[in-house]
Ligand binder design. Structure first.
Ligand SMILES: CC(C)(COP(=O)(O)OP(=O)(O)OC[C@H]1O[C@@H](n2cnc3c(N)ncnc32)[C@H](O)[C@@H]1OP(=O)(O)O)[C@@H](O)C(=O)NCCC(=O)NCCS
Length: 169
């Protein structure tokens, strides 16, 4: 059984917001950010699995704070839990406002990636070992997020969930 630390999948991308990436308000366009988040998460999933990884589901994305043109954007992706062939990947986005010295947590996204072979068939991934408090917290909660995603995509019946039931019953 191969075990890998969450930190081994850490992927950091730093970008500057260019004019062609902004919306009519002069802030980073949501779709541009989503593309960057997906790319960053995909690299993280490949680092953990050692395979090509495809996006199976975008489970959650939040947009809390706008990032202006010229702003520096930092994306940090890390695998939060590995299952059999799928992995949950967390992406945190920061606006590094270098002139004021502030680093603002602007966005967060939670993705499911699946490792695939050369025939695009799902393949087993290493077990993930969380180490920090945040990694352990995200690892624990990933089980119920997986159930919710499987229910919403019609892959699981609500009555078959275990973790979600614990929340409500
Ligand atoms: C993702 C994909 C490989 C899954 O293939 P599949 O034949 O449905 O495979 P399976 O049913 O064996 O599912 C594979 C894993 O994905 C998980 N999965 C699939 N859909 C999911 C969803 N919506 N939410 C959470 N997990 C999901 C399954 O639970 C399973 O996980 P496990 O092996 O860890 O238990 C296939 O649907 C695909 O190729 N989709 C297109 C991917 C793509 O093009 N993405 C965008 C560009 S990268």
């Amino acid at each position: 059984m191969v075990v890998k630390k969450a930190a081994e999948s850490l992927t950091i991308m730093t970008n500057i917001v260019l004019p062609n990436e902004t919306n009519h308000l002069g802030n980073l366009f949501g779709g541009e950010l989503l593309a960057k988040m997906d790319r960053c998460a995909s690299i993280s999933a490949s680092r953990h699995s050692g395979k090509r990884a495809v996006t199976a589901s975008v489970n959650h994305v939040s947009f809390r704070y706008p990032i202006p043109q010229g702003g520096i954007v930092i994306l940090e992706a890390k695998v939060s839990r590995a299952f059999s062939t799928s992995m949950e990947v967390y992406v945190d986005v920061w606006y590094d406002a270098v002139f004021s010295g502030e680093k603002i947590h602007t966005n967060e996204g939670i993705y499911t990636f699946v490792a695939v072979d050369e025939n695009n068939k799902p393949v087993q991934v290493p077990v993930l070992k969380p180490e920090t408090c945040l990694e352990k917290e995200r690892y624990a909660a990933a089980l119920r997020r997986r159930e919710l995603s499987l229910i919403l995509s019609g892959r699981m019946k609500p009555q078959d969930s275990e973790e979600l039931k614990k929340l409500f019953l």
